[in-house]
Ligand binder design. Structure first.
Ligand code: S3P
Length: 164
């Protein structure tokens, strides 16, 4: 076995799929956004609002550099692949699965959820622009590109089938 890392844009299902995989494969589930919130004692939205994205990214890199050893299912924040050192650490002894969804599906899934804005653009425009910008990094930093549009049960079954 190996550590299973889930990457992808907001709304791609990393957390939901990760929790299902954790049950299916009997491995602990770790979410980098939760580790960040624990370390800072505040929500991701509050960190963005009070200290800005750059400060959030520093804590994100810090929790990634201090991840506990051992096999687990690791769900990551959508921007984790922007940093080369994050990617290097995440790929060590791991299989990285990129959950790929369309911008339209992302907007459908995240509308109404509490997520800090990444730009001053309207949500649909923001998602289209940032997803296009990040796509090369998602692809080059993953071992598998998985169709994330099919719902968490099917996606987690596919990943479990690959790693078992
Ligand atoms: C971010 C995605 C969020 C969270 C933060 C930044 C991003 O995680 O890490 O708001 O830059 O795409 P999710 O992908 O779980 O929403």
């Amino acid at each position: 076995m190996t550590r299973i890392v889930l990457t992808g844009f907001r709304g791609s299902g990393k957390t939901t799929v990760g929790k299902l995989l954790s049950l299916k494969l009997n491995l602990p589930f770790i979410d980098t956004d939760t580790l960040i919130e624990e370390e800072r004692g505040m929500s991701v939205s509050d960190i963005f609002e009070e200290f800005g994205e750059e400060d959030f990214r520093l804590t994100e890199s810090s929790v990634i550099s201090e991840l506990p050893p051992g096999d687990c299912i690791l769900s990551t924040g959508g921007g984790v692949i922007l940093d080369h050192e994050n990617v290097r650490v995440l790929r060590e002894n791991s299989l990285v699965f990129f959950l790929n969804i369309t911008p339209e599906e992302s907007v459908r899934r995240i509308t109404g959820s509490e997520r800090p804005p990444l730009t001053s653009l309207p949500l649909d425009h923001e998602v289209a622009v940032i997803m296009k910008d990040r796509m090369p990094a998602y692809l080059r930093s993953s071992d598998f590109c998985i169709d994330g549009e099919r719902g968490p049960e099917k996606v987690s079954d596919e990943i479990a089938g690959i790693v078992e």
